[in-house]
Each structure stands twice: as C-alpha cells, then as structure tokens.
Design a protein around this ligand. Structure first.
Ligand code: CMP
Length: 371
C-alpha cells in the first residue's frame, strides 16, 4: 500500500501493528494494540471484536518534540489517538500562536476535518516526543458508521471542547480591552471610557480632560533600531504614563505610537500641568535603549465641556493641538484652541454612550491597534 505525503499531516510510512509499546506509565501490563485501544476513552465502549477490527486499521506514528503533526488550513487525512506524550492545539495569530488546548494520552485529535470535509481547523504540535495511533479518513468514516457508541463518545468529547472554547472566548473578550504589548487600556476601552466620562459630566457636572501624546520621530527609531527596540520604547513610555498619572486617570494606547490619558475632574489648567509634566518626564529620562538616543513626546490636550460638546469634538481638538505641538518643534504640550479649530464643529449624536466614536485616524496618521 502506498502513502502519499499530505501537506500538514504527518503520517506513518507503513501500516504497523502495535506489538510492544515502550510507554512507561501508560501500559504496564498490556502490550498489544487492543489493550492499548481499551485505554482510549473514545473507544471504551466498543466490544472486543470491534476493537480488534479497529486495531487492524490503525498504525503507529512516533513524532519528535516540537513538530507540527497537523497544520491549520491543510486537508485532513487521518485521525490521531495519543498513546503517550502531549500535544498543543494552536491557533496561529499574527504575533504568536494561541493555545486552544493541550491533549495527552487517551485523547484524540484531527476528527473535525474528517467529519466536515473542511481544512484543518488548528495546528497540532507535539510538546514532547509523542507516540500516536493513526486511522485513515476512510477507515474512520467506516468505523463511525458502524459504531454508534463511538459516534456518541466523539460527540461527548467534542461538546466538552466546544464548552471549553466558549469559556476561552468569553475570557478573551474581557481581555480585549487591554493593549497586549503595554498592558494599557486599548482603543476600544478608550472609546468606552470617553463615552462614560461624557455621560458623567452630563449627569453630575464633573469635567474631564483628554491628553493625547505621540512619540516624536518614532518611525525613525523603528527604521534604524528595529521593531524590538520600538516595542521596548512603547512599553517604557506606557510605564511612565501609568506611574506618573493619578489613580483615577486612564492611560490608553490608542494607536501605534499614540497614547491618550483621560483625566477625570481636570480643567484646562490642571490638564496643562498634567500634559507638560508627562512631556517633561519622558524628555528628561534615560530611555531603555543601549545607545540612549533622546526620546521625546509631544502632547495636545482639551477639556470637556470647556472646549467641546461631544467627545468626538474633544478628541479632534486635542488631536489638532497635538499637531500644533509637532509643528512647533515637538517635545512640548499644546492646549486646544476652539477658535483656531472652527471646522471641528461636530454635532452631538443622539446617544454618545452607544454610537459616538472618535475618528479612526489622527492628524499624525498613526496606525490602528487591531480591535
Ligand atoms: P481538525 O480540524 O481536523 O485538526 C485540528 C484539530 O485540533 C481539530 O481537528 C481538533 O481535533 C483539534 N482542536 C481544534 N480546536 C480545538 C479545541 N478548541 N480544543 C481541543 N481540540 C481542538
């Protein structure tokens, strides 16, 4: 029998009955395939004769640690049962692989692509040296069709996986208010908090200020020193913003190198002090870069309701002030001047809390944080 290489799926090179498996701690007394299969929860309800038939169709596959056994997006050809060792189920994302689950002895994987004839839904990577039993797609189909008890076990295991995945998703949506690099509130949290502050002012008359800060010449840092150095600077600036603002202030990262601080109960005077202080702190501190090039930020600030009637307007005014800070040589803080920004008359929306959003692009054209 020939076996063709399938991208993404590691498969055994020949049909290989399991005679003796040196799997300490997993099969001590039993050493044949049927004895092994009996220990696989998926198969626990199959009668002996059926297990024997099943065993005929499986093959052994040994995989070294850190190998991709199945690869997301590729066609599925086998089901895998883990005899010993562990694997990680990963969903690759832009920055890193997100771990969906860890599976160990007795667990199976690779059933989804076989059942729905779609590409592999995730990458499965060996965590350490693993020994697997594999079952070809056709054999898997035949076994499922003949064994309702196995089909039920499959359903039960898959519903546990769906339940776990649901819990992960709900956890993720909680975390999605945080910028993963700096730990600051992200753009989504920023919008929500701005809307809340507008609402608070309307109910209780408590003003607030918005300070926008942007790292000067950040692109040059990234271009000359690389993105790791750029990331280190972002984290460093974020720490300064966190450590040198009041507990009630909300520092956020709202774009590539653009930060915001929402300052409850601040007026134009206190906002100016806060903005100038942050500019001074960053400009006067040693950066974490080895060849310590001077790093500065520019800031623009505006106050609600003193300068603006909606939070979109507040954002635009602070952003315009930030642009003026850049134009005037950077490393400085500039306050909103509604008389200069007469074009920024944005009508209040019926309910700011739900629908109003600051524009996606700032005057500096900073990139969005993916939300
Ligand atoms: P399949 O899509 O064929 O290939 C990748 C396998 O990873 C998939 O089948 C499942 O066996 C497994 N898998 C995918 N998502 C999860 C999850 N959330 N929990 C556990 N296993 C999963």
């Amino acid at each position: 029998m020939w076996f063709f290489y399938t991208p993404g799926d590691i498969r055994p090179s020949s049909r290989n009955r399991v005679a003796r498996l040196p799997a300490p701690g997993y099969v001590a007394a039993m050493s044949d395939t049927v004895a092994l299969l009996r220990q696989v929860p998926l198969l626990r309800n199959l009668p002996l004769a059926h297990l024997e038939r099943f065993a005929e169709r499986t093959r052994v596959l040994d995989v070294k640690a850190e190998h991709d056994i199945v690869e997301i997006g590729t066609p599925g050809r086998c089901l895998y049962l883990i005899l010993y060792g562990a694997v990680r189920v990963l969903y690759p994302s832009q920055n890193s692989d997100f771990e969906l689950a860890r599976l160990g002895p007795g667990d199976f994987f690779g059933e989804m692509a076989l059942l729905n004839d779609k590409p592999r839904s995730a990458t499965v990577r060996s965590l350490d040296d693993v020994r697997l039993l594999t079952l070809d797609k056709e054999d898997f189909g035949a076994v499922v069709a003949q064994e309702p008890r196995l089909a039920l076990e499959l359903l039960e295991s898959m519903s546990v996986r769906i339940r776990n995945a649901d819990e992960q998703i709900s956890g993720l949506s909680d975390q999605a208010m945080e910028d993963p690099l700096t730990g600051l509130a992200n753009r989504r949290a920023f919008r929500q908090r701005m809307a809340e502050e507008v609402d608070r002012e309307r109910r209780y008359g408590t003003p607030f200020a918005l300070v926008l800060a942007d790292i000067d010449n950040f692109k040059a840092v990234n271009d000359t020193l690389g993105h790791d150095a750029g990331d280190a600077l972002l984290v460093w600036v974020a720490r300064i913003l966190s450590e040198h603002t009041r507990a009630c202030d909300v520092p956020c990262r709202i774009g590539g190198q653009e930060f915001a601080v929402i300052c409850p109960a601040n007026t134009a005077v206190t906002a100016r002090v806060a903005a100038e202080r942050l500019v001074g702190l960053v400009g006067g501190a040693n950066t974490p870069l080895q060849h310590g090039a001077n790093l500065t930020i520019s800031a623009g600030y505006a106050c609600f309701p003193e300068h603006a009637r909606t939070y979109q307007q507040l954002y635009l005014l602070a952003d315009s002030a930030l642009s003026r800070a850049k134009e005037s040589g950077r490393n400085t803080a500039v306050g909103a001047d509604p008389t200069l920004d007469t074009t920024l008359e944005v009508e209040a929306e019926p309910d700011d809390r739900v629908s109003a959003e600051p524009p996606a692009e700032t005057a500096q054209g900073t990139e969005e944080i993916g939300l």
